[in-house]
Design a protein around this ligand. Structure first.
Ligand SMILES: O=c1[nH]cnc2cc3nc(NCc4cccs4)[nH]c3cc12
Ligand SMILES: [Zn+2]
Length: 377
């Protein structure tokens, strides 16, 4: 039974402890939460065609404003019908605002009240990302969920810098809201909570942002090099401060264990490059933990990668073949490994949501993690 919600409508169906199962309406379909968003930085989930993606069944993927603005250009994508038509994807798309990429990719950049100026990593040309500019780019791309321009303070930033930065992030967030009328063209706008690793600054950032009518709230500034304990501590403090009736999005997270911990703490949406990036270096996520296909023990192993997995890769090929492709650097290795890793992440979300709806999430989480060896080799 698929319920159809209007763009921006969020329905909280069930809570199991602080874990939530819900529905979020977008202009390109209704999302079942908790949801994992595969990362499609440059208008493609690397190594997958939109047909592979459709077969895997994500309802939403992530695109990066920074990359698409620099190449091929947001106005060119708009002239070609928008990102959905351009890449042949008819599900929902969330775009990050580009601020994070500027801070994490760029050496040369300046942060001022107006916005952040930076040099393109492609041709060295200079650009300004203002709140108004990043909203305009995301509107041009036709993104279903847009993110505000924010400053993701580096791990280890001191309290004074962090406190000052969150004020700027709030002023930028307000300007983004003013630049995009509520639900205009069915496009949603999320705020991003900052405040580093200072619980009181996190509360202040959340309080300020909740005064602005956003369609959802992201928790930024995490997965930036901190320990798991530090991330969970800030997450446990911040998630419950956010509105119960709006989606909560944890940016850039994470491992299967992080996803289950995040869900337990009340997070509804996740994105991470791990399943796609690790697939390309042979690291695969399975029901028995993380492993690497290049291990010699797989050289003549006729078994499927993960006997518990129903994906195309596990249904069709042996570990021996997947290892051969990887050692030979065959292009098919990247596609098959990515199909499996994305399937694993999406299926984990599907199972987690079913467990929440049946009020057995905690037992589910314990069972998965009991069999999950973080460093299974
Ligand atoms: O505060 C943020 N604001 C807007 N986008 C983000 C994206 C983020 N992605 C990660 N971690 C995942 C990573 C991907 C590549 C390097 S770290 N942390 C993140 C934080 C933010
Ligand atoms: Zn599989």
């Amino acid at each position: 039974m698929t319920t159809h919600l209007q763009p921006g409508e969020f329905s909280l169906l069930t809570q199991c402890g602080t874990a939530r199962a819900g529905l979020l309406g977008t202009a390109h379909g209704t999302l079942e939460t908790p949801v994992f968003m595969p990362v499609g930085t440059q208008g493609t989930v690397k190594a997958l065609g939109p047909d592979d993606l459709a077969a895997l069944g994500p309802r939403i993927i992530l695109g990066n404003t920074y990359h698409l603005y620099l190449r091929p250009g947001d106005e060119r994508v708009a002239r070609l019908g928008g990102l959905h038509q351009f890449m042949g994807w008819n599900g929902a798309i969330l775009t990050d605002s580009g601020g994070f990429q500027v801070f994490s990719l760029q050496g040369l950049r300046r942060i001022e009240e107006e916005g952040v100026t930076f040099q393109s990593h492609i041709d060295g040309s200079r650009h300004l990302f203002s709140p108004e500019k990043v909203v305009s780019i995301q509107r041009n791309l036709g993104s279903d969920i847009m993110m505000v321009l924010d400053e993701c303070v580096p791990y280890g930033a001191d309290r004074e810098y962090t406190a000052k930065s969150l004020q700027l992030t709030t002023r930028w967030a307000r300007r983004c809201r003013e630049a995009h009328p509520a639900l205009d063209r069915g496009q949603l706008l999320f705020g991003i909570v900052q405040g580093g690793f200072f619980p009181d600054l996190r509360a202040e950032s959340a309080r300020q942002l909740m005064e602005i009518p956003f369609d959802g709230f992201a928790i930024g500034g995490l997965s930036v090099g901190e320990s798991r304990a530090e991330m969970l501590d800030i997450l446990a403090h911040t998630a419950p401060l956010l509105p119960q009736d709006k989606p909560r999005y944890l940016m850039g997270v994470g491992t299967p264990r992080d996803l289950l911990d995040g869900i337990a703490l009340g997070v509804d949406m996740f994105d991470c490059v791990l399943p796609t990036r690790n697939a390309r270096n042979g690291t695969l996520f399975t029901s028995f933990g993380k492993t690497n296909i290049k291990l010699a023990k797989y050289a003549e192993d006729p078994a499927p990668l993960d006997p518990a997995c129903t994906c195309y890769t596990c249904r069709t090929f042996s570990r021996a073949y997947l290892r051969h492709l990887y050692m030979a650097r065959e292009l098919l290795a990247y596609r098959l490994n990515t199909i499996h890793n994305i399937h694993y992440y999406l299926d984990l979300m599907r199972q987690a949501r079913a467990a929440i709806l049946e009020h057995r999430f905690e037992a589910f989480r314990r069972d998965i993690l009991a069999h999950y060896e973080d460093e299974a080799t």
